[in-house]
Design a protein around this ligand. Structure first.
Ligand SMILES: Cc1cc2nc3c(=O)[nH]c(=O)nc-3n(C[C@H](O)[C@H](O)[C@H](O)COP(=O)(O)O)c2cc1C
Length: 282
């Protein structure tokens, strides 16, 4: 199961135009079961969230059009992510929803995270968020259409979707060059989707620890974009954890409260502790 997730990390790309083919019943059931089990857990920060699974055909009142500006076409369902409006909750939600995205990818189903270009009011009516909750993100899904629309190509180009910053601009080390399995883990982070392809993830590797940082430099200061960056970091945590735990079975998150020397433009997020002695595929 985990190995499938690793493959999905590398094959996933945002899909915004979906095929009219209905989703196989077995896939819908698998997704329902997955969402149920993910909702029963909490993320690395221990906060609660709610992921709702809405199927466009069949569930009454599910809006057919949800992406604004014609971004999304032909989706067969959505995952809706609801959490409290605070940093830890957004990180946990990103981590949890990306696990769903990777499983969907493994089933051959396309997805696109939406943080900005969806109509909140049409979703709010359906999911009734509590007073301290926000609808943080929506993920439409469906089988990918054979041909992309012009609108999709434009969105991809605007977000420079297929490009990623060079490895050495994102990740550094206090010791030797980053190579081997740790490099593989960080390459998996580099594949992560991020809002407007901002790639805010940074990491410093230090003796068996991978410290994850969020780049807030050049950040648009609106609340919406700050939220999106936290979701981006939660997604990165999922990619790092899924890859590392495959190779290092004891890998675990810790939160350091006395990490020194972090420049102002970075926000410390979390540390993954990796014991090189436990490497499964030396
Ligand atoms: C939290 C988040 C919010 C996003 N919001 C939008 C959005 O509102 N509209 C959109 O078209 N794409 C959105 N995206 C998709 C990104 O543009 C896309 O992930 C990025 O360009 C990288 O491309 P890739 O996913 O194909 O690797 C979002 C992605 C994330 C992670």
């Amino acid at each position: 199961m985990k190995t499938d997730l690793l493959q999905s990390i590398w094959t996933r790309r945002s899909v915004r135009t979906f095929s009219p083919n209905p989703i196989e019943e077995a896939h819908i059931e698998a997704l329902d079961a997955l969402v149920e089990s993910v909702n029963l857990r909490t993320g690395p920060y221990g906060t609660a969230y709610r992921i709702l699974h809405l199927v466009t055909e069949g569930d009454e009142g599910v809006p057919r059009k949800i992406g604004t500006y014609g971004v999304i076409k032909g989706q067969r369902g959505y995952l809706v992510g609801i959490c409290q409006d605070r940093e830890e909750a957004l990180l946990d939600l990103g981590h949890a929803m990306e696990e769903c995205v990777l499983h969907l990818t493994g089933m051959g189903i396309g997805t696109c995270w939406l943080g900005g270009t969806f109509s909140r009011s049409s979703i709010e009516e359906m999911v009734n968020p509590g007073e301290d909750e926000i609808i943080a993100a929506v993920i439409p899904y469906g089988y990918p259409a054979g041909r992309k629309r012009i609108m999709e190509s434009m969105m991809k180009r605007a977000a420079r979707s297929s490009s990623r910053l060079p490895f050495d601009d994102l990740f550094s080390s206090f010791g030797d060059d980053i190579d081997g399995p740790v490099r593989e883990c960080l390459e998996a982070v580099r594949q992560a989707p991020s809002s407007m392809n901002n790639q805010p993830w940074r990491a410093v590797v230090d003796a068996g620890k991978v410290h994850l940082l969020m780049n807030r430099g050049g950040m648009l200061k609106s609340r919406l974009y700050t939220r999106m960056r936290h979701i981006d970091m939660g997604i990165a945590m999922q990619h790092l954890e899924a890859t590392a735990s495959e190779m290092f079975p004891t890998a675990q998150w810790i939160f350091e409260d006395d990490l020194e020397g972090i420049p102002d433009e970075f926000l410390y997020i979390a540390t993954l502790v990796i014991d090189a002695g436990t490497l499964r595929f030396p």
